[in-house]
Design a protein around this ligand. Structure first.
Ligand code: NOJ
Length: 623
């Protein structure tokens, strides 16, 4: 009788995605065949899975109150295609180049690739100015190359999200070519046109005082119709008029085109900016300092995102991550609360831009960085989801900015940062080359930069005498986007194996490629690459790092970042020394370290109350 009752209870529990069984369910949903390491880790986990009968069963299908989703459990790797791998010797990365490197990515263990724009573009802003959303940029290859890349990704059980740049197009997009022809052209209302305003000096000027993110006015006078068009970014990036339902329809149809091809979702470029402030009045002096918050909170933003969700996103098993320039934490839930049906998650810039004041580089303190993560954990609830990232193609290199790229500290600090990203709350986004500890480029002169933002700034700030050249260049060398865009360093051979030896890469290769490269890193068991790989495997087998609660143990400590991730009775302690100096760190509240899972310098100190952390030491303990 007892055994019959047991069997009955077991059968009922087996049919529920309850706690004791969820490890297998959780992983087969998300990692439908990840690399062999992870698969064997999963097998180990399952063999030691607790008896389901004796487990507390949480509410059906929730894990710690969160609805499990593949994109919550993913580790995303961003590829900037221009700089990843060139396959045809023209000095520009391309899609076949990426396909040839998929084994490298699979081995690293990442399971989603975010591809920066691959669409037809005149490249005023390296693809963030799209001329044709249904065509592949010719430098990157053909649609057949795209299909081969996608097939290669799927074969390896990874997923692909692409970059939807829908706030603006290129001025060479057919819609704009038509729009600028005449005021009664059917495409006129696809963009934002206004007559100029006569200023105090009696001259015709822009309709309002909006500045562009890329310097100068956000309005451009256009001779054929003698009106101005709005461009928040470059002159060649006119903003679309999302208040026109036809524009939204066009964008939704483009999204379906790519989803039907098999892509798994989108990173959405500056998506909160699509709803413009009504009437476009002048900015106040305060708003002028940083207009992003005003621009990101237009009256129809949520309505348009909900429409996008209803019409497109909800119909696919996809992932959506909005680049949420201008959205502060308290506004974040409006976009990501799953009951509102907008986006899955956003990039909030609080952490990655902690070292910025406008376009100036400023120092930051560790308590200030910790406060950001603590606030995110406090404000974002079980219906929201977060991202975690400290670098991308718009920011300088991870190790040069948040770590220390000197020869002694580069490796440990890059490992520490990988630990932070892969154990923190939210879906981690890694940027290409950070797994090798690639560093900022030693830029010296303005001629070495490609980025339109850097060049426009030089024109508007230095040439006008506003800022001295020395000051501008010193600031730029630390924060320029080009730091992250130098070619991927694959090998110690000419041009770092990014392109052929005789080709000229579109942007210079960092001279440190002879020591910092993938060939070295994949063969060295102690490399940043292999450490990152082990951390990704660990995250894949440890639901606590995905769904666990977060607690900062010591918010005010100036050098040590110590936090726990807890899921049910599983608790992990992460202790990071974000400084060059050793610290004898006493764990707060009589806590003991637990059992070392992994550490940067191999020092154990299991069960200790004091951890003797070396500079850039990073450790994970199971409690
Ligand atoms: C954000 C993108 O990340 C950046 O690279 C681009 O320049 C602007 N949006 C404009 O599209």
């Amino acid at each position: 009788m007892t055994s019959l009752r047991f069997l009955l209870v077991f059968a009922i529990l087996s049919s529920l995605p309850g706690r004791g069984l969820q490890i297998a369910d959780f992983r087969s949903q998300i990692f439908p065949g990840t690399n062999a390491d992870v698969q064997s880790e999963i097998a180990n986990l399952n063999s030691s899975a607790p008896d389901p009968v004796t487990q507390d069963i949480p509410a059906p299908h929730l894990i710690n109150g969160y609805e499990p989703k593949w994109w919550k459990e993913a580790v995303v790797y961003q590829i900037y295609p221009r700089s990843f791998q060139d396959s045809n010797g023209d000095g520009i990365g391309d899609l076949p180049g990426i396909t040839s490197r998929l084994d490298y990515l699979q081995k690293l263990g990442v399971n989603v690739i975010w591809l920066s724009p691959h669409f037809d573009s005149p490249n005023a802003d390296n693809g963030y100015d799209i001329r044709d959303y249904r065509k592949v940029m010719k430098e990157f290859g053909t649609m057949a190359d795209f299909d081969a890349l996608l097939a290669g990704i799927k074969q390896r059980h990874m997923r692909l999200i692409i970059d939807l740049v829908a706030n603006h197009t290129s001025d060479e997009h057919q819609w704009f070519v038509e729009s600028r022809k005449s005021k009664d052209n059917p495409y006129r209302d696809y963009y934002i046109w206004r007559p100029g305003k006569v200023g105090k000096d009696g001259k015709l000027g822009p309709p309002n005082n909006y500045p562009s993110y890329f310097f100068g006015s956000a309005w451009q006078y256009d001779e054929p119709t003698k009106e101005y068009y709005l461009h928040y970014f470059a002159v060649k990036q006119p903003d679309l008029n999302w208040d026109n339902p036809k524009v939204r329809g066009e964008i939704f149809s483009i999204m379906k085109f790519w989803l039907d091809k098999g892509v798994d979702g989108f990173r959405m470029d500056v998506i909160p900016l699509v709803s413009k402030p009504p009437g476009l009045p002048d900015l106040t002096p305060e708003q002028l300092h940083d207009p992003s918050n005003l621009w990101a909170n237009g009256p129809h933003r949520d309505e348009y995102l909900q429409e996008m969700n209803r019409e497109v996103l909800s119909k696919y098993d996809d992932m959506s991550v909005g680049e949420a320039i201008g959205i502060n934490l308290n506004e974040e839930t409006k976009l990501v609360d799953d009951r509102r049906h907008e986006l899955n998650m956003i990039f909030n810039f609080d952490a990655v831009r902690i070292n910025r004041d406008g376009k100036q580089f400023i120092p930051f303190t560790l308590p200030a960085l910790k406060a950001i993560y603590a606030e995110h954990a406090r404000v974002l609830g079980k219906h929201d989801w977060d991202t975690v990232f400290l670098a991308n193609h718009d920011n300088p290199r991870l190790v040069s900015t948040f770590g220390n790229d000197s020869p002694q500290s580069r490796v440990p600090s890059a490992k520490l940062l990988a630990t932070l990203l892969l154990t923190m709350r939210g879906t981690p986004f890694l940027y290409q080359g950070d797994e090798l500890g690639m560093t900022n480029y030693p830029f010296k002169a303005i001629g070495e930069y490609d980025d339109i933002e850097a060049r426009n700034g030089y024109r508007d700030e230095v040439k006008t005498g506003n800022v001295s050249e020395a000051e501008y260049l010193a600031n730029l060398s630390k924060m320029s986007r080009d730091n992250a865009r130098t070619p991927m360093q694959w090998s110690p051979t000419a041009n770092a194996g990014f392109t052929t030896a005789s080709a000229k890469p579109w942007l210079a290769v960092n001279p440190n490629y002879k020591t910092i490269n993938a060939e070295q890193a994949t063969t060295d068991p102690d490399s940043i690459y292999n450490y990152t790989r082990a951390l990704i495997t660990l995250r894949a087998k440890t639901p606590a790092f995905v769904y666990g609660d977060y607690q900062d143990l010591d918010p005010q400590h100036p050098r040590v970042f110590a936090y726990t991730r807890t899921l049910g009775d599983e608790k992990y302690l992460v202790a990071l020394n974000l400084s060059d100096e050793p610290v004898a760190y006493t764990l707060p509240e009589k806590l003991l370290s637990g059992k070392l899972v992994t550490g940067n310098f191999g020092k154990q100190e299991d069960g200790a109350s004091v951890l003797h952390l070396q500079g850039w030491d990073s450790r994970i303990y199971k409690q």
